[in-house]
Design a protein around this ligand. Structure first.
Ligand code: BG6
Length: 489
């Protein structure tokens, strides 16, 4: 299977936060990969912008290090790095004063026919000030776009205010709000599975699906991001965006097309159909000292030095969708840091067969499951019952039809950011969150945040390296179900 590389239109990409973590770890490596595959027109420019004084050459050396650090040597064909670095220019710009803006304007002048992208790889407090100056300096050309990363607000009101601020400068079709989960290979494959096959759709409803489980588990702790993380916590950091987006892709109606608004209209309907979260349907946790595969690890409070923090590093909740297709089907969501393994997956568990004519000696008949694995080992498994081959009478066995992509397609996976950056350059909106989606997701979460703000439901401790507090297990087991574990559908 060979991929088709279609070059994008000529562009200027301005990266604010040019020396920051996101740009270094994700954006330059992603752009480099696309460049190495000849997808970027030769004259296209990448303009680094930040407050720091830096010459073009220094910036190129910086980006060069970012690429050698984050792109394996085998994926750096000869000559590609030099070609990539030659696209780079640097401009010193201050987000909160006029310093440097005339320089940026001069650099962009005369290139109005190009696609022009402003990537705000900066803290959210700078989104508004930067957008406002982009507007004031007349830099919003006909093909201009702006890219924002989460967090988009910290509750419904602040998200609304931010969206208003950006919306004064850029029209909604020019605003690309990144949720990098939407750029993951398997997430896209979920759309293909659901809407390019006849098999699943007749079964994709409350009559045939018993429950859905979405797990995003990480082994790492907060890794030097305590400043951000402690103000966010798992609900804001992961659930409001990544997990809810996954839920939407599982639950949405077939869109009339896979173009931007058609998909986003359907996702929005799901978000609006979510029933309020019951107080006993959510479990917060915070890790205590424990162990990872590498050895002992400190608890969240010791790791961050924040002795009184009540920020959750784990969350499990039961979401319910009030609509014709899904009423009565629980969606169990779970995410956390310092869990035993790094795994992100969606498990769709079908209902039990209504009646079995097999003898008890045939063994237990398990419910079918479709397991969509985002990482690691991207792939899809469909667990079904078959007869145990060979003699010995009728004995049933649960086996996985394995559609693990690594075996079927041997090419390197593109990182989510590669896909997302190319989609921005093309102006395709499907993989980005629309304003009303973001605000609807907050509207569902706000009541929980309010409850927590009044001191209710402090996080329960869990030992680092375990699957969260015991209450998270109880949350699903009291419904007569268990969290899915791979290998034993
Ligand atoms: C980010 C969160 O959005 O997603 C991080 O802010 C988290 O806390 C990360 O670690 C997980 O992304 P991935 O792609 O590694 O699953």
């Amino acid at each position: 299977m060979t991929s088709r590389i279609i070059p994008v239109d000529l562009f200027d990409l301005v990266v604010f936060g040019a020396t920051g973590d996101l740009a270094t770890r994700k954006l330059y490596p992603a752009l480099f990969h696309r460049d190495a595959q000849n997808q970027l027109p030769l004259e296209s420019r990448i303009i680094g912008a930040s407050r720091r004084a830096m010459a073009d050459d220094e910036f190129r050396a910086f980006a060069s290090r970012a690429i050698t650090d984050h792109v394996p040597e085998a994926e750096r064909p000869a000559g590609c790095l030099d070609r990539f670095l030659a696209r780079l220019t640097y401009v010193q710009v201050d987000a909160v004063s006029e310093d440097g803006w005339p320089g940026l304007s001069a650099l962009l002048r005369g290139a109005e026919e190009r696609v022009r992208v402003f990537y705000l790889a900066v803290g959210p407090d700078l989104f508004g000030p930067i957008a406002q100056r982009i507007g004031a300096h007349g830099l919003v050309s006909a093909r201009a776009r702006v890219v924002l990363e989460k967090p988009i607000g910290r509750d419904g009101a602040s998200a609304h205010a931010l969206n208003e601020e950006i919306g004064k400068v850029f029209p909604e079709p020019a605003i690309f709000r990144i949720d990098h989960y939407l750029g993951k290979e398997t997430v896209q494959n979920l759309m293909a599975l659901r809407f390019a096959n006849i098999l699943f759709e007749p079964l994709w409803n409350a009559a045939h699906i018993d429950n859905v489980q979405i797990t995003v588990a990480e082994t790492l702790g907060v890794e030097g991001r305590a400043g951000y993380y402690d103000k966010a916590g798992a609900l804001r950091d992961m659930v409001q965006n990544h997990l809810l987006q996954l839920l939407c892709l599982v639950a949405m109606e077939p869109p009339v097309s896979v173009e931007g608004d058609a998909v986003r209209d359907e996702k929005l309907k799901v978000l609006k159909s979510l029933k309020p979260i019951a107080a006993d349907a959510i479990v917060r946790g915070q890790y205590r000292a424990g162990a990872s595969a590498e050895g002992p690890v400190p608890g969240y409070l010791e790791e961050t030095g924040l002795k009184d923090s009540t920020t959750e590093t784990f969350l499990a909740l039961k979401a319910e969708i009030g609509n014709w297709r899904w009423n009565g089907v629980p969606f169990y969501l779970r995410t956390g840091k310092r869990l035993p393994e790094r795994v992100s997956e969606i498990v769709v568990e079908f209902r039990a067969i209504p009646y079995s004519g097999f003898r008890p000696s045939a063994g237990e008949i398990r419910q079918n499951q479709l397991v969509v694995r985002l990482q690691p080992d991207e792939g899809v498994k469909l667990w079904i019952m078959i007869k145990d081959p060979g003699p010995g009478g009728m004995r049933l066995q649960n086996v996985a039809l394995d559609m693990t992509f690594a075996e079927a397609f041997r090419e390197r996976y593109a990182d989510a950011y590669e896909r997302l950056l190319v989609e921005v350059l093309r102006g395709h909106q499907t993989l980005f969150m629309r304003r009303d989606e973001v605000e609807a997701a907050w509207a569902w979460i706000d009541p929980v945040l309010d409850r927590w703000a009044s001191g209710m439901d402090p996080p329960r401790p869990y030992t680092a390296g375990t699957w969260g507090p015991a209450a998270a297990v109880a949350l699903i087991e009291r419904d007569g179900r268990t969290w899915h574990e791979d290998g034993e559908a």
